[in-house]
Structures are given as C-alpha cells and as structure tokens.
Design a protein around this ligand. Structure first.
Ligand SMILES: [Zn+2]
Length: 211
C-alpha cells in the first residue's frame, strides 16, 4: 500500500510528524513518536498487567491513518467458520455499577474466543473513546494471554433494561488455544476507562474449569 509519509501520524497518539521530536516509521502506515515510545518503555518496566499507564494507552481512541486496501478489509471475518467446540459459561459479576457477563467460549483450530456482555451506565453523547474491555488470562500451567483489543464492541440497546443502562457485546480472541494439560483458567478483565472515574475499578476476575 502506498502512503504519503508527509501525512504520517503517530499510531498511538495521533500527532503529526511536525508536532513531535522524533517519529519512527513502521510497516505500512504505522508510526510511533518518541513520547509514546517512552510510555511503552515505562509499561514494559511495570510488571502489573493493568498498570495505569498501560490502561491509559489501551483506552485511547484508534488513530485512523488510511483505509485498508480494497478487498482486504474483511479477510479476517471472511466466511462463517464454525467453532470446533462451544462451551456455555453464563458467568456474571457486578462491580461498581457495572456487570460483566462471560457468555461462551468458542474453540477454533488455532485460537479461542470469549463472547461477553458488558452492562454499564450509558456513555455520554460525544464520548471520544471507543469503549472496550481489556482481558488478561492465565491457566494453571502458567500460560498467559492478553486480549485482542482491536475488535469493536457492539452496542445492544435491545438488551438494555432502561435509559440508565447500556449493554455492549464483545468478543475477545486469544491464541493459541490452552494446552491439553491446562485444567483451570483465570480470566481477569478491566474497563480501561474506569481510571478516569473517582473510584478506579478493580478488574473482574473469573475462575473457570477447562474440560
Ligand atoms: Zn505518539
């Protein structure tokens, strides 16, 4: 894909080349500025999976620099691949006025997905951020996964019980699948925007048995 580099914007903060000291070019239209690189270094030095800086970075709105090449937008979702196995969870946890429901786990050939519903007060109009949940998974053998945060969360007004509550449906994808010797999975999830609220929320935590 050709790309006019004079239009370069940092993929992490959206600033243009003229607004930063250094800009490092990655493949295609990906760039990172010196400030965001420093932030990433700080995150690497902090062992906590939900450190405030990591959550702040993850909660930023996506920087749209260029449309994907024609014909390649939907390759990831092309066709309706059937999962090899589906396990219904229906686990629900409330926390500070928000509820996270883990609906199902779907196992595919080389990855697995968690389908979830997130019930919370509605976002105010003009809200600048894309709502999302960040996942952190660990099984009893020590394998860890962090969630795919690229997927959009879908608003599901049809599931909301009233104007003071909004329901969002999302899917988090992880690879590879858990090893056959893994028998328990700890699923932690956090709302990265919660850090802007008066009482920062604790991550939700679920323990599930893998069968
Ligand atoms: Zn930046």
């Amino acid at each position: 894909m050709s790309f006019d580099r004079s239009m370069a914007r940092c993929s992490f903060c959206g600033r243009h080349s003229s607004d930063v000291r250094r800009m490092i070019a990655g493949p295609g239209a990906a760039y990172i500025c010196d400030d965001c690189l420093q932030l990433c270094n700080d995150i690497l030095r902090d062992p906590a999976p939900f450190s405030p800086k990591a959550l702040e970075l993850a909660s930023r709105p996506p920087v749209v620099v260029a449309a994907p090449p024609l014909g390649q937008e939907r390759t990831e979702n092309a066709g309706s691949r059937e999962p090899l196995r589906t396990v219904t969870l229906e686990l629900e946890q409330k926390q500070q006025g928000m509820t996270l429901i883990l609906h199902r786990i779907l196992y595919y050939q080389d990855f697995f997905e968690i389908q979830y519903l997130w019930i919370r007060p509605p976002f105010t109009a003009g809200f600048a951020f894309v709502p999302r949940i960040i996942f952190f998974l660990k099984d009893n053998t020590g394998t860890q996964w962090t969630g795919d945060r690229g997927g959009m969360i879908l608003a599901r007004p049809d599931l909301a019980s009233g104007p003071n509550n909004a329901v969002y449906q999302g899917t988090a994808r992880f690879r590879p699948r858990p090893a056959t010797e893994a028998n328990t999975l700890t699923i932690r999830a956090a709302d990265p925007l919660g850090q802007f609220e008066a009482l920062p929320p604790q991550p939700w935590q679920f323990e599930i048995t893998l069968s």
